[in-house]
Design a protein around this ligand. Structure first.
Ligand SMILES: CCCC/C=C/CC(=O)SCCNC(=O)CCNC(=O)[C@H](O)C(C)(C)COP(=O)(O)OP(=O)(O)OC[C@H]1O[C@@H](n2cnc3c(N)ncnc32)[C@H](O)[C@@H]1OP(=O)(O)O
Length: 360
């Protein structure tokens, strides 16, 4: 099958997220194929002998002669796909071997009655998600995809469901904010893809306030059961960040564009009942009976025929999957290229030093 314009655009985003520098030779080839696919055969005057960089680029493009645009586009997509898989394969192999045995204290994974329960378990930090927790969740979902789990359920320990990304995650990166942004973008892409790909029913038991990525992800869940104590807050503009987890696509679909903008642009915090009225939450329960009622319900659902639920989910998700990957890759690329670094750094400083300021 020929690569479409959309495949080409996905590949352009994919290149920005490569974990390893592919080297000059490959970069020249990518440049040449890109130019051929977009502008056609080389039409630039030859640079002078001493203009080494532009001369090398011109040579690579010119060498493609009259290769048709469509073929160049296909070759570009194929080359990026081979680079993406070769840069990911070794680390995934390694991860599979040593992470399986890892005990995670901040993400608890238990299995009972066909339900794999994945618990944010860092209550002293309101269950903020560290880089390791992202990796633990990717692994937990991968395992639950293939073992005898019927459904996976997320919940939190303590008074919060989850306070979102740990804002100190990338402040200690040795390579500064650029390295932090690049590592964060790759981790985020893999993390969100693991929710897009999860093949079985996925449910959130929102026991308390939810912030940031723990809210945006809910658009990818099949059921969201909330205590009436829960709130839903996405303060992205306040933090100089862009909404992630495909929420720019899913939230307008779920609640309509103006209500989605109220959350994602203006950071309006919703009560559980408001979130239910917008369609983000399936059902709200009184705090006093929340745990008993929800878990009784989920145990009943987990007795439904697993294969039928899996195939139904596949039929529901199938037409959206490619779109979701694209939206996810776009957001990660935007975080790398378009995030206003100064404003973000200022928002982080405000959070990190807020307690000291409050004492003044
Ligand atoms: C690679 C993937 C990148 C994905 C990006 C995702 C984007 C997001 O998720 S954006 C959302 C980020 N989250 C926030 O902005 C919330 C920040 N936290 C707060 O506003 C408040 O802590 C709170 C409203 C959640 C709770 O306030 P409260 O006064 O009740 O408690 P605190 O004393 O503030 O918190 C207790 C303790 O927990 C630490 N903490 C809470 N949330 C976070 C967090 N998100 N990151 C890091 N640390 C957090 C807080 O600093 C306190 O720690 P100390 O007791 O050590 O001071």
């Amino acid at each position: 099958m020929r690569a479409s314009q959309q495949d080409f655009e996905n590949a352009l985003n994919q290149v920005k997220l490569l974990k390893k520098d592919p080297g000059n030779e490959v970069k020249l080839r990518l440049y040449a194929l890109y130019k051929q696919a977009t502008d056609g055969p080389c039409n630039m005057p030859k640079p002078g002998m001493l203009d080494f960089v532009n001369k090398a680029k011109w040579d690579a493009w010119n060498a493609l002669g009259s290769l048709p645009k469509e073929t160049a586009r296909q070759n570009y997509v194929d080359l990026v796909s081979s680079l993406s898989s070769s840069s990911e394969a070794p680390s995934q192999g390694k991860r599979g071997a040593d992470e399986k045995a890892r005990e995670s204290k901040d993400i608890l994974v238990t299995s009972e009655d066909g339900i794999t329960k994945i618990t944010f378990n860092r209550p002293t930090k309101k269950n903020a998600i560290t880089s390791q927790m992202y990796r633990d969740i990717i692994l937990a979902l991968k395992n639950a995809s293939t073992d005898n789990t019927v459904m996976a359920v997320f919940t939190g320990t303590g008074d919060y469901y989850c306070s979102g990304n740990d804002l100190t995650n990338f402040t200690s990166a040795t390579g500064g904010i650029e390295e932090a942004a690049s590592n964060g973008a790759v981790l985020l892409r893999d993390f969100v893809n693991s929710f897009i790909d999860f093949p079985k029913p996925l449910v959130a038991v929102v026991n308390g306030p939810a912030v940031g990525i723990s809210v945006t992800l809910l658009g990818l869940f099949d059921g969201v059961f909330a205590s009436d104590r829960a709130t839903f807050h996405t303060p992205f503009s306040q933090l100089s960040q862009f909404p992630e987890a495909c929420s720019t696509y899913m939230f307008p679909k779920i609640m309509g564009p103006t209500k989605a903008a109220e959350m994602l642009l203006f950071g309006k915090k919703l009560t559980a009942r408001e979130a239910w009225a917008q369609g983000l939450v399936t059902e709200v329960f009184p705090e006093s009976t929340f745990e008993t009622e929800v878990w009784t319900r989920l145990k009943t659902y987990a007795k439904l025929p697993p294969n039928v639920m899996r195939i139904s989910k596949e039929l529901i998700r199938k037409h959206e999957k490619q779109k979701l990957y694209t939206v996810n890759a776009e957001k990660c690329a935007a975080a790398l290229e378009r995030m206003p670094r100064e404003e973000y750094a200022k928002a982080l400083r405000n959070f990190l030093f807020r307690k000291a300021k409050a004492k003044l």
